[in-house]
Design a protein around this ligand. Structure first.
Ligand code: HEC
Ligand code: HEC
Ligand code: HEC
Length: 444
């Protein structure tokens, strides 16, 4: 009898351990792609700068890689000096600030050796053994080669040193205990360098290096587990970035970008717009502006090739975008007595640029029909777009940009117009509340 109880308990414990291991251990970001081989034995050139990058100066190579990794976005405060740190990151556990990574010896990283820098970027261990939080995406940068990390360091050290001490982190217990990150890194930072997949084309492998090691797309576009690791079992199924929804990038045809052509993706990444697909706002606009617009044509095309190869994963709440324009007559479409405030706001502040059909043939990139944000029934990104507007001028020199309405309108007004926009132009009407808009307004 005792023997049988022992077996039953043993089996339950074993199953429990297996479930825990399944939950804790996650596949790597390229697990979907097939067998990886060591970089040393591979004949392609997935790392470093691409063949169509013209400059030969090593500092220019370092700059290119720093831009491809978009170090500047996080390490620069609003109106602050580039790389001097101090940008706040609001998390559910409190606020943290990015450090100064200019070569100032006292307040920046001027006294760091090559080994110190490699350890930080690959392992999340700062100078003197300080354990870094994964808000610094070292679990992606760990795939960078030593040469590329040191080229980035060379470029950073060529910049003017800036004296700046960012505010101290304000994290609640136990998240203010840096040593806990030792366990996080042991589980979720593989601390390995990039391995190409031999039976994929060299352009695909370059795209993988750019997307996984440098551009860290998954940090925003892959959902997270409760322990804040990337859930690569649902790779690219969509995540959150500073309050914005970073939508599904998998090849799912309804909720992902499976119907986007190679050119659609290339145009979006290169200019921040893609005709009938939408415009990049918020953190994606920043990635386009500071990073993706700096890449050579071959590199942007490689990223698109790689992204298109990611298997479909469905995001249940996102319907296929509706591509038929709304009726030109304002009295048709959404019933007149439904959401009168949203309709009035739209008539006064939006219809001049966006029209009542949602299709703008003069400024084609402001077309609302068919875009993901307008077809997202949470209306999160629509409300944020209305609150904050477009944050940068498109490189095409187009002067028509989306203004910010946050300062002049109440949370209730912005909720009303957002719900009007999704009802008129989207596949499914949203029900965003004033309270949700207030929270979005406060998110950094
Ligand atoms: C998504 C935002 C983000 C990006 C992108 C990013 N960093 Fe950071 N980085 C941070 C944050 C936040 C910290 C502070 C983490 C902490 O306090 O534990 C940090 C810490 C660091 C540190 C440690 C500095 C110190 O004083 O301890 C270094 C070095 C660093 N980053 C370099 C880089 C480089 C190089 C890149 C580009 C290859 C980069 N970072 C890109 C957010 C980012
Ligand atoms: C800092 C977070 C962040 C990073 C890093 C990031 N994205 Fe995004 N991305 C977003 C957000 C947020 C949106 C939604 C923007 C909007 O609605 O205007 C988005 C939107 C997109 C879209 C449009 C999707 C759609 O359905 O409309 C594409 C394509 C895209 N990103 C590709 C990429 C690629 C490729 C990379 C890596 C090279 C990348 N992103 C890195 C946050 C990010
Ligand atoms: C001055 C012209 C102008 C006005 C006024 C304007 N917009 Fe826009 N809007 C644009 C442009 C241009 C874009 C494309 C984004 C860009 O330029 O980066 C855009 C983009 C958008 C998007 C994002 C669509 C996507 O790609 O997913 C939404 C949503 C939106 N506008 C809603 C509104 C609403 C609601 C109002 C009124 C409260 C409004 N706009 C007023 C010009 C305007």
């Amino acid at each position: 009898m005792a023997h049988r109880v022992g077996i039953v308990v043993g089996v339950i414990v074993a199953i429990g351990l297996l479930v825990l291991a399944w939950a804790a251990i996650r596949p790597g970001p390229m697990a979907f792609a097939g067998k990886a081989v060591p970089l040393s034995g591979y004949s392609g050139h997935p790392t470093g700068v691409p063949a169509d990058f013209q400059e030969t100066d090593p500092l220019a190579h370092g700059r290119y890689l720093t831009e491809a990794a978009d170090c500047q976005a996080c390490h620069t405060a609003e109106d602050g000096k580039p790389f001097a740190g101090g940008r706040p990151f609001d998390t559910p556990f409190g606020t943290m600030y990015s450090p100064n990574i200019t070569p100032d010896p006292q307040t920046g990283i001027g006294s760091w050796s090559d080994a110190d820098f490699l350890k930080a970027v690959h392992e999340g261990i700062g100078k003197g053994g300080l354990r870094l939080y994964p808000a610094f995406p070292y679990a992606a940068y760990t795939y960078l080669t030593d040469d590329d990390v040191l080229a980035i360091k060379g470029y950073l050290f060529s910049l003017p040193p800036e004296k700046n001490v960012p505010p101290s982190n304000a994290l609640m217990f136990p998240f203010n205990q840096r040593w806990l990150m030792t366990f996080w890194a042991a589980l979720y930072d593989p601390n390995t360098r990039f391995k190409p997949v031999a039976d994929r084309p060299p352009t695909w492998n370059r795209g993988a290096y750019l997307s996984e090691a440098l551009g860290h797309c998954g940090e925003c576009h892959t959902p997270r587990t409760p322990l804040q690791s990337l859930n690569n079992r649902r790779k690219y199924a969509g995540g959150m970035a500073e309050g914005w929804r970073a939508y599904n990038l998998s090849s799912d045809k309804e909720s992902g970008i499976g119907t986007w052509s190679q050119d659609d993706i290339v145009n979006y990444l290169k200019t921040g717009h893609s005709l009938d697909r939408g415009s990049a706002f918020g953190p994606m606009a920043e990635a386009v502006h500071l990073s993706l617009t700096k890449l050579t044509p071959s590199d942007v095309s490689a990223i698109a090739e790689y992204v298109r190869s990611v298997p479909p994963v469905k995001t249940p709440d996102l319907p296929a975008p509706k591509s038929v324009p709304a009726p030109p007559d304002p009295a048709q479409g959404v019933a007149l007595n439904k959401n009168p405030r949203g309709r009035e706001f739209f008539a006064g502040a939006c219809s001049g640029c966006h029209g009542w059909t949602g299709v703008n043939s003069l400024v084609s990139h402001s077309t609302l029909t068919g875009t993901r944000a307008v077809n997202d029934p949470t209306a999160t990104n629509v409300a944020l777009a209305v609150l904050r507007g477009a944050s940068w001028l498109p490189p095409s020199g187009d002067i028509a940009i989306m203004p910010a309405f946050g300062a002049a309108y109440s949370d209730a007004d912005i909720a009303a117009v957002s719900n009007y926009v999704t009802a008129r132009f989207g596949a499914k009407e949203s029900e965003i509340t004033a309270d949700k808009v207030r929270k979005l307004r406060e998110t950094r």
